[in-house]
Design a protein around this ligand. Structure first.
Ligand SMILES: Cc1cc2nc3c(=O)[nH]c(=O)nc-3n(C[C@H](O)[C@H](O)[C@H](O)COP(=O)(O)OP(=O)(O)OC[C@H]3O[C@@H](n4cnc5c(N)ncnc54)[C@H](O)[C@@H]3O)c2cc1C
Length: 455
């Protein structure tokens, strides 16, 4: 019997487990899922219990299965929710959907698929050529034929300032998704949010719904907010024009030309950007590393703002907060943060001028740490030290083949250890959201199951 151990029970691990169990075709299989959080299927994104933390993808595009596009929407209807397919629904519902689907699938296929959910933390993997042993914090070990690293989003780095002693303050919140961390923030606190992306949007909305009265300032080097979704814009496939281009500036020129064309024909840039989604991985892979670095340094913030858009309801709340002076978005570079007697003084370079800002609380909405060498996870550190995993050439994720097979320090591909989702960012770029993760989960399950039959 094939024993597959999945480390991480967020959306990636859950979708993989569901596909493995559903598609095992009656072959006996054991799927062990190790998750250190309380709930499976939720991970960082879908653990929020807040009603106004919405999916940033419409419900009609969030099915667990690419070949059953209405699956999530039908589930919502069956649960009595009165949404349209184009609605951006609360993320907690998606967590409910995935965890229910996993448990239902495990129950229905229990005759041949043994599913074990293990509430523990994986701290090491000891591989040999054809199997591996996964070591848990509790001291237990799980013998495995295949191991899948589905450990998703790491904690964000601290702000890049020389003295980090302020981080020990209870009014510095590193994990903004941990609702209990807000217990230290009072409604009259002046709050500085570091970051102006989607996490900042959710954090500002959480403060707003809690009746926050103090000022809120959000800062990032470009001060750019995510763009707003507007559904219904489509654009023809540009693949043939972009195929073979190996310079990012040539790609950019082509895309800009089409955006102008879309505009002049009554269309919209969103249609052009969305038309690139199915081929983004292919375009990324055809670029040399130097071009990818150029993109990261000069263009990625613009791409992220256009590609990772916020739902209109979130945009309305944020616009209202800005109009009423409750939220200020600032472009600046943090230079130093000091804490004294419970207050922070933040030194910022604003358009080349040094200024100091005072805040009672600091909320970290910097994106998750991408560089695995800096991850604080015991598992990641042990695997890097043993050479089982290594960072990809851009340090955006792990080195791996596009199918997820891990490449370790020797440069050899592992036959036993695989990954999916965020860890493949350097290899695929477009790999962190459900539409891509569900494809990867389906394909990886098929590949692992074909190895079962070959054994
Ligand atoms: C706030 C937020 C909102 C998002 N909204 C959307 C959206 O609306 N639509 C969309 O398509 N995408 C969205 N995303 C993208 C999101 O990353 C993916 O949709 C998806 O949730 C990623 O899941 P994951 O399992 O890869 O990672 P995670 O959600 O990070 O889950 C990984 C899990 O692994 C566990 N884990 C890690 N290491 C270990 C270990 N050593 N031992 C045991 N357990 C371990 C963690 O506890 C965690 O639960 C959002 C992301 C964020 C952060």
């Amino acid at each position: 019997m094939m024993r597959i151990t999945i480390i991480g029970g967020g959306a990636s691990g859950t979708l993989l487990a569901i596909n493995l169990i559903r598609n095992s075709g009656g072959e006996p299989i054991e799927v062990n899922m190790i998750e250190s959080r309380q709930n499976t299927g939720r991970g960082v994104a879908y653990s929020t219990g807040h009603d106004r933390h919405l999916l940033n993808v419409p419900a009609g595009k969030m099915s667990a299965f690419p070949d059953e596009p209405g699956h999530f929407f039908e589930w919502l209807k069956a649960k009595g929710h009165n949404f349209n397919e184009s609605d951006f629904v609360p993320r907690k519902l998606y967590g409910d959907y995935l965890s229910e689907l996993l448990h239902e699938t495990a129950e229905n296929h229990g005759a041949f698929a043994k599913f074990n959910l293990i509430a523990d933390e994986a701290v090491d993997i000891i591989p040999d050529r054809t199997t591996a042993e996964v070591v848990l914090r509790s001291g237990n070990r799980i013998a495995s034929d295949r191991v899948v690293l589905a450990f998703g989003n790491a904690a964000p780095p601290h702000p890049s300032v020389p003295d980090l002693s302020f981080t020990s303050s209870p009014k510095y919140v590193r994990d903004v998704w941990n609702a209990s961390a807000y217990g230290n923030i009072t409604p009259d606190d002046n709050v500085l949010i570091i970051g102006t992306g989607l996490s900042m949007i959710d954090t500002a909305i959480r403060l707003h719904s809690a009746g926050h009265r103090g000022s809120i300032m959000a800062i990032s080097t470009r001060g750019m907010l995510p763009q707003v979704h507007e559904l219904g814009h489509t654009y023809p496939d540009l693949t043939s024009e972009l195929a073979g281009l190996t310079r990012i500036t040539d790609m950019l020129k082509t895309v800009r030309r089409h955006i102008r064309l879309a505009d002049s024909n009554g269309g919209n840039w969103r249609g052009v950007i969305d038309s690139l989604r199915p081929v983004t991985q292919q375009l990324w892979r055809q670029l040399p590393d130097a071009e990818k670095r150029y993109f990261m340094q000069h263009l990625s913030r613009y791409w992220n703002s256009a590609r990772h858009r916020m739902p209109p309801a979130a945009a309305d709340t944020i616009a209202g907060m800005i109009d009423r002076g409750e939220l200020r978005i600032t472009k600046g570079r943090l230079k130093e943060i000091r804490e004294s007697e419970g207050r922070f003084t933040i030194y910022v370079s604003l358009l080349g001028r040094m200024e100091s800002i005072h805040a009672d609380a600091i909320l970290n909405c910097i994106a998750a740490e991408a560089n695995f060498a800096r991850h604080e996870s015991t598992l990641v550190q042990n695997l890097i030290a043993a050479g089982v995993i290594r960072c990809d050439g851009l340090a955006l994720g792990l080195d791996a083949l596009p199918n997820g097979a891990i490449i370790g320090k020797t440069g050899e591909r592992s036959q036993v250890i695989f990954t999916l989702g965020t860890a493949l960012k350097g290899i695929l770029w477009e790999t962190t959201a459900i539409p891509e993760i569900r494809m990867q989960a389906g394909r990886l399950a098929t590949e692992l199951l074909s190895q079962t039959t070959a054994q």
